[in-house]
Structure formats: structure tokens, C-alpha cells
Design a protein around this ligand. Structure first.
Ligand code: HSE
Length: 437
């Protein structure tokens, strides 16, 4: 049996503590599979005293993660601190500089510095592994980088944020947005300041990493079109249900003639497709390629044990001596990311307008759509119940939902601007993209 693989873990929050317990429980029993046992030999965290459910007495303590990252006693540096910069970035760089392999769950770090860190790892003949950085326990990095490597991928899309999916699921069940968010916060899914999750930024960071591996391009998290879920209302969920759709916050990366689209936005998906059925905090990622057709993984996107499971998968690869370019191809071979123009995006659209209840309003709206070359699939006025028609002079604005056939973002935005300028609607129109699945 070979010598143990010696792990140094920086960051002992839920994931770090869970990983340490997993290594304590399985470090020896996995040895026949791996050819060597696993040991945690060094740790670093903010609070030394807290009981984390594993024996810390025999493990070297470092106050400074950077010193742990470069310690000779450590073979693999496991970074579970978080954050794009600061000590997480410094310690990962220090480990790679010293030729040590790194395992990290840090999506922010990868989204910002992934291409540079991959290049550094290759230069120093070290591995950089980050399965846990995207979709928690779901093995999507390995799937894209290894299992589907023979495919020319065309599109991937996923529910990459459990908080948003939980909120939308609760809204489907009748809660309004503030109540669903409050519930997510009470259950510990959403932060006190939920902006990063609900405005789609967390999804965007994860998407940028997947895009790079799927399409062989440099990670570009700055070029993503991002819209969150805070503008979605119960009326939209009800209308979606009536029209045969569900609303999901999707991250989508898609090859187009003008480049690669990277977009994060609330999306209408047909109610009977696989991703529509993913509820609560569960994540899912679907990938489409020329030989595989379509494949979808679903599972826990967060949580200490599930995320530690993904970190452990990377450690197991290192123990076995598996070597792969971190982003699927050597860093020097990654192509620059060519951004597709969002205005050229093609698809169907759902629109919800508050239309002034007066003669000709409907016709004017239909005319604006026709002028923009947009063909309508359905247009529904949500009338009050039969027999309750208003008396002349008491008309109120009426909600109207429109589903379009496939058109462009440019055409929709142009038509909506003209509709608003024409004064036939009150308030801002709602617009949700429909994904063809
Ligand atoms: N906050 C994320 C989510 C998990 O709600 O899915 C960590 O990325």
C-alpha cells in the first residue's frame, strides 16, 4: 500500500467539517479502491475551539491558510474558504505555485480567475479540481469534461440556484414572492440579503464555469445577460400554469451563429419537460450534444454533505493519479469567449400587460406586434367572471397575456417600447422568455 494522501483543509464551515468527517470515516476503507489511504493532516479556520464532529487533536492547526497551502506536510490543498479574492485566491495560488494540487468548491474564485489558475496549475504540473463549485453534489463538471468529451455540445441549461427554485416552487403553491422569500430565509436557504441568489448572480457564476468546459472557451462571467426572479409575480405563475408552462430561473449557454449565448433569466418551460418537474431546492443541469442527444442530471445543489461528496470525488481522482486539464483542454487551447448579441436571441415570449379598457386598445397592441413582424400564438384577456361586465365609465385596466411564436429579442423590445409609448397599457409590461425544449 502506498503512503497516505495528505490533505490540508482551509475553511471548516458546513462543507469543510462534513469533508473532514467523511475522510475520518472512510479514509482507510477507501484505500483498497484508491491504492492509498486518505488523511487530513492540516486544517485552518477562523474559530479553533468549535466542536465540528471530528477529532482535531491529531491534526496540525494553521492560523494562516496561505501557510497551510505551502506546507511541506500537505500533498493536496482543499480550499473551502470562499470568495473570489483575498485569502482564498492567495492560498490557492500559493499551493499551485509550490506544485501542490488544489481542490476547491469556490465558484466565485473560478468565475473570476479560473483560466489563469488553470494555466498556473498546468505550468506547475499540478491539478486544479472544482466539482463542488457548480451544482453542489451533482457531478456535472466531470460529466462535461470527461463523459461527454466526444460530443459537440450545442446547449446546456440548468437550475443552478436552489433558493430561487424553492421560491418559485412555493409561489406555484400559492405564496406571493415576499412570503416565499421569507420562508426561504427562515429555512436557511436564502441569506438575510438575498440579492446574490435572487438576482441571478450565483447562477451566473456557475454558468460561466460550465460554459467554458462545454464550449472550450475562456471563462467570461462578465458577459452574461442576467435577470433575477424578484420581478416575478403570482399572476405570472398562475398564467404559466394555465398556458401549460412552469417558470424556472435557468442559466442557459447556447451555441449560435453569432457566438455563444450565456444568459440567466426567469424562463417559461413546458410543464411536461424534465426540468419543469425539478422542485424545491433541487438543482438540475441538462446538456445537449450531437451524439448524446440530451442528458439531464439532478440532485442536491448545496448542503454540507452533498457538497463534501463532490469534493471527495475530486480527492479520489487525485489519490488515483487521474490527470485532466482543469477546463477540459489545456489552458493555452481555450478560445476567447465570443459573446452572442442578446438582441439577436431567438425564441418565444410571454408578455403580460395591463391594458386600458377602452375601444381599440387590443387592436393597437396587436398592430404594434404585427409592425415588428411578431406572430402571436395566443392572446388572452383575463376577463372578470361572466355576467359581471362593468358599467360604461367604470372600466378598469385588464390583464392581458400574450404568447408569441419565435421571434427576436430585438423585435420584442421594439414592440414593447412602442406599446408603452402608445399609452394603451399602464405600468411596465412583464416579459418572460420561453425556452424551446
Ligand atoms: N445559494 C446557493 C443556492 C447555494 O441557493 O443554490 C450555493 O451556491
Amino acid at each position: 500500500m502506498n503512503a497516505p494522501l495528505r490533505l490540508g483543509i482551509a475553511g471548516l464551515g458546513t462543507v469543510g467539517a462534513s469533508l473532514a468527517r467523511l475522510v475520518e470515516a472512510r479514509g482507510d476503507t477507501l484505500a483498497p479502491q484508491l491504492g492509498r489511504p486518505l488523511r487530513v493532516v492540516a486544517i485552518s479556520a477562523r474559530d479553533r475551539k468549535r466542536d465540528r464532529g471530528f477529532d482535531m487533536d491529531t491534526i496540525a492547526w494553521h492560523d494562516d491558510p496561505v501557510s497551510l497551502a505551502s506546507a511541506n506536510s500537505v500533498d493536496v490543498f482543499v480550499e473551502l474558504i470562499g470568495g473570489a479574492d483575498g485569502v482564498a485566491h492567495e492560498s490557492v495560488r500559493a499551493a499551485l505555485e509550490s506544485g501542490k494540487s488544489v481542490v476547491t468548491a469556490n465558484k466565485a474564485l473560478l468565475a473570476k480567475h479560473g483560466a489563469a489558475l488553470a494555466a498556473l496549475a498546468e505550468e506547475r504540473d499540478a491539478q486544479l479540481s472544482f466539482e463542488a463549485a457548480v451544482a453542489g453534489g451533482i457531478p456535472i463538471i466531470k460529466t462535461l469534461r470527461e463523459a461527454l468529451a466526444g460530443n459537440r455540445l450545442t446547449r446546456l441549461y440548468g437550475i443552478l440556484n436552489g433558493t430561487c427554485n424553492f421560491i418559485l416552487t412555493r409561489m406555484e403553491a400559492g405564496a406571493d414572492y415576499p412570503a416565499a422569500l421569507k420562508e426561504a430565509q427562515a429555512l436557511g436557504y436564502a441569506e438575510a440579503d438575498p440579492t446574490f441568489d435572487v438576482e441571478g448572480l450565483d447562477t451566473a457564476q456557475k454558468l460561466s464555469i460550465l460554459t467554458s468546459i462545454a464550449f472550450g472557451t475562456k471563462i467570461d462571467s462578465e458577459s452574461i445577460y442576467v435577470e433575477g426572479i424578484s420581478g416575478i409575480t403570482s399572476e405570472d405563475l398562475t398564467a404559466a400554469e394555465e398556458l401549460g408552462y412552469r417558470i424556472k430561473l435557468l442559466g442557459v449557454a447556447q451555441r449560435t451563429d453569432t457566438g455563444i449565448e450565456q444568459r440567466v433569466h426567469p424562463t417559461m418551460v413546458p410543464r411536461d419537460c424534465g426540468i419543469a418537474r425539478i422542485s424545491g431546492v433541487t438543482n438540475a443541469v441538462a446538456v445537449e450534444g450531437d451524439f448524446i442527444g440530451s442528458v439531464m442530471h439532478s440532485g442536491p445543489g448545496a448542503g454540507g454533505d452533498a457538497t463534501a461528496s463532490a469534493v471527495m470525488g475530486d480527492i479520489v481522482d487525485l489519490a488515483r493519479g487521474v490527470r485532466v486539464p482543469p477546463l477540459g483542454r489545456p489552458a493555452a487551447e481555450l478560445e476567447p469567449y465570443r459573446r452572442a448579441r442578446m438582441r439577436a436571441h431567438e425564441g418565444g415570449y410571454y408578455l403580460r400587460l395591463m391594458v386600458r379598457d377602452r375601444p381599440g386598445a387590443f387592436a393597437a397592441i396587436a398592430q404594434h406586434m404585427a409592425d415588428a413582424g411578431i406572430s402571436l400564438d395566443s392572446i388572452v384577456q383575463r376577463n372578470r367572471p361572466i355576467g359581471t361586465a362593468p358599467k360604461r365609465g367604470t372600466e378598469r385596466d385588464q390583464p392581458v397575456t400574450i404568447i408569441t411564436h419565435s421571434t427576436t429579442e430585438e423585435a420584442i423590445r421594439g414592440a414593447l417600447a412602442n406599446i408603452e409609448a402608445g399609452g394603451e397599457v399602464s405600468g411596465r409590461p412583464q416579459m418572460i422568455r420561453i425556452e424551446a425544449l
